[in-house]
Design a protein around this ligand. Structure first.
Ligand code: NAP
Length: 295
């Protein structure tokens, strides 16, 4: 194998990482004139700082901050980590759904505060059913399908839309829960508009483990402050900044972008990144390339 200069913006967890041998750890903005393979976590790459670059290996399935068109034009391959994080991300979507609708986090705060004073649990408010409720999945791809399989075990009625099928405006008024699983693209940015949020039933729950920018965040915050709907949010438009209004609301559960955040899944993602970089070093076909192979 020809020696390849590899840079990463951080050390990735799990045993596969050591297979890469020497990897330079440096910020993405630091010029890397001799870097040929760059491992990022959905950070934008200024290609003018990387004249020798031939591979961007993204740690994550979502690569919306990587300019794939510019990479392709410059002959740079882009890879991601699809599939291995479906279960963990779907699990979190279900966890948020349950936590919000059954008041798990509000109930936990209630118990810890010492306010639970009688044998009859007068919880801050009554929850809403998950079992038997109607779930609308926006983006029935790998993760959306994994959520649908889990929802079936809760006897949920599952509706869905995808790029190639379905009517979002017709689906939204039918749903008790809406779970977002589209990638962030020019077409999906802001697709959950103020008008579409208004189509949700009173008491409906929106779960977002996709990307914050898929939703009109200001409109979502206004709906949540009104108390008309509830939400479980793992992603936000300006991470790590979270709208201040959400911080005190009992009808919202917030997590810090941990959809793939398990020891096992993060190690599996590292395995996919390493497999791509090793294939690149060997001159082999890249296992999970997202842009076209140049001819
Ligand atoms: P995927 O398999 O590519 O599925 C994406 C789905 O979205 C597909 O069903 C696709 O429709 C649909 N879609 C795309 N554009 C659409 C549009 N304009 N309107 C309606 N549907 C549209 O992707 P995935 O692997 O499930 O991942 C989905 C996203 O989850 C990632 O891109 C990432 O942003 C996010 N994610 C977040 C975390 C986290 O930590 N919170 C973890 C993992 C992933 P077709 O089937 O018709 O093509």
């Amino acid at each position: 194998m020809a020696p390849v200069k590899v840079r990463a913006t951080r050390v990735l967890p799990g045993p596969a990482w050591s297979e890469l041998g020497q990897v330079e750890i440096a910020p993405v903005d630091e010029p890397g004139p001799d870097v040929q393979a760059l491992v990022v976590t959905n950070e934008p790459v200024d290609l003018s700082r990387y004249p020798s670059l031939r591979l961007i290996a993204n740690y994550g399935v979502g690569y919306d901050r990587v300019d794939v068109a510019a990479a392709s034009a410059g002959g740079v391959a882009v890879t991601n980590t699809p599939g291995v994080l479906d279960a963990a991300t779907a699990d979190l979507a279900i966890a948020l759904m349950l936590a919000v609708r059954r008041g798990v986090v509000a109930g936990d705060r209630f118990v810890r505060s010492g306010a639970w004073a009688t044998h009859w649990a007068e919880a801050p408010s009554l929850g809403r059913d998950v079992s038997g409720a109607t779930l609308g999945i926006v983006g029935l791809g790998r993760i959306g399908s994994a959520v649908a399989r889990r929802a079936a075990a809760f006897d949920m009625r599952v509706l869905s839309v995808r790029r190639s099928d379905g009517d979002l405006d017709a689906m939204l008024p039918e749903c008790d829960v809406v779970s977002l699983h589209v990638p962030l693209t020019a077409q999906t940015r802001g697709m959950i508009t103020r008008e579409r949020l208004a189509l949700l039933r009173d008491g409906a729950t929106i779960v977002n483990t996709a990307r914050g920018e898929v939703v009109d965040e200001a409109a979502l915050v206004a709906e949540l402050v009104s108390g008309r709907i509830s939400a479980g949010l793992d992603v936000f438009a300006h991470e790590p900044s979270v709208p201040r209004e959400l911080l005190e609301l009992p009808n919202v559960v917030l997590t810090p972008h941990i959809g793939s955040g398990t020891v096992e899944t993060r190690a599996a993602m590292t395995r996919v990144v390493v497999d791509n970089v090793l294939a690149f070093m060997r001159g082999d076909v890249l296992p999970t390339r997202v842009n076209e192979q140049r001819v």
